[in-house]
Ligand binder design. Structure first.
Ligand SMILES: [Cu+2]
Length: 121
């Protein structure tokens, strides 16, 4: 929601350069569309045995990072097992890239009462 224009200013040059290298001709868009359509980065903090925020809305290609602020290890694991960060130890962070087939509901394998939702829109 925020930071779109700032980000395009900061990375526009590099994005245009990278796009030019890949032959996609970003100059016609001045790098703005690249930024607008670029993957977002979502962050979830695990603290006091909760996912914060518990629900996030993501798009295909976005990245989600879970950071464990607890002493206990946690996971972010799809309720249907289709995706899993694996064990996230104290102070660690694990990321996944969002794909269309990801099931939204997830939980912690060590503490099944911990639940979150990753909506893919
Ligand atoms: Cu846990």
């Amino acid at each position: 929601m925020s930071g779109r224009s700032r980000r395009s200013v900061l990375v526009g040059g590099a994005a245009a350069f990278a796009a030019a290298l890949s032959g996609r001709g970003a100059y016609g868009h001045n790098g703005i569309d690249h930024s607008k359509e670029g993957a977002a980065h979502h962050t979830v903090t695990i603290e006091r045995f909760k996912f914060v925020p518990a629900a996030i809305d993501a798009k295909v290609g976005d990245t989600v990072t879970w950071t464990n602020a607890d002493i206990a290890p946690h996971t972010a694991t799809a309720a249907d097992g289709s995706w899993d960060t694996g064990t996230i130890r104290k102070g660690e962070a694990k990321s996944i890239t969002v794909s269309a087939e990801m099931a939204p509901d997830y939980f912690c394998r060590f503490h099944p009462a911990m639940k979150g939702v990753l909506s893919v829109g």
